[in-house]
Design a protein around this ligand. Structure first.
Ligand code: GLN
Length: 549
């Protein structure tokens, strides 16, 4: 039977509850347990798919194509056995949607449908579904204790504790212990209040994880223990780490996994954290350094591209390279020119929606292509590469994606329903009506053309990667683009373009899928390792120069 650890947060949000949960998952897994991980989000949106990355950061796409909270990305990067999916992320909106559908179907047999028990039962059922058959399921509750929206979730997890007992259900509470510089004091009061709030709804935390700048002094640890009824050894200090991947080790040293396994009655060998130590060691001892420009929009909010940033760092870990990412707003380049990119060793254009900065991105591709700078394009970054090739290699003036110009004379990227040949005839494909304006989501198989850079990077002929996009390269233009020097090195089962490259360029590769969603620090990812290797060589002048036109 699965045991549960519920992780709540107090005082303020953004304390790193996702990372704390993921780290606990990592150290429990390192003791031989299988782990499942769930995020409960109290907001009303049914899923984060439609939320602005400005407000909410990246939308993480799971293997099965669910658009989820970015914390699920942390879970998959930290925990191998936790593969997220449809049942790993529930919002208030999704819970209500399901309850209302049941009510409409008459499932409640005329009962008055209420928050307790109907909403709370739905939450409990969802949690059990998400837990699967893992040894331990970690459930993170978004928001902070005291929010109105969180109440039904907290009530549901309280009930689970009563129903299953103290040896099957545990509560971890993450709080802030601020340091007030003017009086040079560490304040435990917000933590006391936050735990009081939690206890007032019937939840006594078993473990407190206290976030602070510096390690929590013994005096404050004892004080917090006394006021919150938590044993002092279970008041853990999560002080600021200069590296995310140090956190599993930091939490293990303080006995996090030991306290959990003991309460849950699990007798296990000690945690083997050697892989995590190796990551930290590699990051601290790079043998070279590179500068990479990431050109997109929303560059102010780094969380919008968190998986990609991590994947590039993983490439750095596995090649012992310090990767400096320079976040560059495409619109700034449009206004000020591309000069600032000339010192870069590599360029990445990430995924994106909307036309702001699109011309800037196309120009960035041109710069990379003409100057032999390693280029990695992802999703929209592949589409702009195709547009650039169409305009400047194939001479298709005004080529564009119909996402940005419905009337382009050369819709080289378009919704499948919009594909047409030059006589204006619209391509008829069986799936066109189905796929029309909907998003292609989740993992799909990709065949790689032997002998290409793509196949060399992956060392495989078929791969599986995740998607999140609507527009596709228009197959009617493939022959002309190929003639002009673009190579389609990856194709989907249904003959859609998945990867493009430029054989005349030392390292130019772009994918319609999002490889960043399957990268993790321990294994790295072939595409990112390969990219960083090329970027390093470029910096050291070892990459062949681009063929003269
Ligand atoms: N906007 C493009 C599309 O929908 C690319 C999406 C993306 O980069 N994720 O096809």
């Amino acid at each position: 039977m699965t045991s549960y650890v519920f992780i709540t947060g107090g005082v303020v949000s953004s304390l790193g509850k996702g990372i704390t949960s993921a780290s606990l998952g990592a150290i429990l897994e390192a003791r031989g347990l299988t782990i499942s991980m769930i995020k409960l989000d109290p907001y009303i949106n049914v899923d984060p798919g439609t939320m602005s990355p400005f407000q909410h950061g990246e939308v993480f796409v799971t293997h099965d194509g669910t658009e989820t909270d970015l914390d699920l990305g942390h879970y998959e990067r930290f925990v191998r056995t936790a593969r997220g999916g449809r049942h790993s992320n529930y919002t208030t909106g999704r819970i209500y949607e399901s309850v209302i559908a049941k009510e409409r179907r008459g499932d409640y047999l005329g009962a008055t449908v209420q928050v307790i028990p109907h909403i709370t039962d739905e939450i409990k059922e969802s949690v059990r579904k998400g837990a699967g058959d893992a040894d331990v399921c970690l459930v993170e509750i978004g928001g902070t204790v005291g929010d109105i929206e969180s109440l039904p979730f907290l009530e549901a997890i309280r009930q689970m504790g009563v129903e299953m007992g103290h040896d099957k259900v545990m509560y971890v509470h993450l709080t802030l212990v601020p340091f007030i510089p003017t009086s040079s004091e560490i304040k435990t009061k917000p933590t006391q209040h936050s735990v009081k709030e939690l206890r007032s709804i019937g939840i006594q935390p078993d473990i407190l994880v206290c976030r602070s700048e510096d390690p929590l002094p013994e005096e404050q640890r004892r004080k917090i223990a006394l006021f919150t009824n938590v044993p002092a050894n279970a008041v853990l200090s999560a002080y600021d780490a200069d590296d995310l991947y140090k956190i599993p080790g930091m939490m293990h040293e303080q006995g996090f996994d030991e306290i959990v396994t003991r309460q849950l009655g699990l007798d296990l060998p000690p945690a083997d954290l050697s892989e995590w130590a190796a990551i930290v060691e590699a990051k601290q001892n790079p043998t070279a350094e590179v500068d990479i420009a990431m050109v997109g929009k929303y560059m102010d909010l780094k969380d919008s591209y968190i998986s990609l940033v991590e994947a590039l760092q993983h490439g750095g870990i596995h090649t012992r390279t310090r990767v400096n990412i320079h976040f560059t707003e495409s619109t700034d380049l449009e206004e000020q020119g591309l000069d600032r990119l000339r010192d870069m060793d590599g360029i990445v254009v990430p995924g994106g929606f909307g036309d702001r900065g699109i011309e800037g991105k196309i120009e960035v591709v041109r710069l990379a292509r003409e100057n032999g700078i390693p280029y990695l394009g992802i999703c929209l970054g592949m589409q702009v590469a195709v547009i650039e090739a169409a305009r400047n290699m194939a001479g298709l003036e005004g080529a564009m994606s119909t996402e940005f110009n419905k009337d382009t004379p050369h819709p080289v990227v378009a919704l499948i329903t919009e594909w047409q040949d030059e006589s204006g005839e619209v391509e008829q494909r069986d799936e066109a009506s189905e796929m029309g304006g909907t998003m292609r989501l989740g993992a799909q198989q990709v065949s790689l053309l032997p002998g290409t850079l793509a196949a060399e990077m992956y060392g495989a002929e078929t791969i599986e990667e995740r998607h999140r996009h609507r527009y596709e390269v228009n197959n009617n233009y493939r022959a002309r683009l190929e003639e002009a020097g673009l190579r389609f090195s990856g194709l989907s089962v249904d003959d859609l373009v998945e990867m493009v490259e430029i054989p005349d360029h030392p390292w130019f590769l772009a994918s319609q899928f999002h490889p960043e969603f399957t990268s993790n620090p321990r294994d790295g990812h072939p595409l990112f390792k390969g990219f960083i290797t090329a970027v390093r060589k470029y910096r050291e002048g070892e990459l062949p120069k681009v063929a003269e036109a």
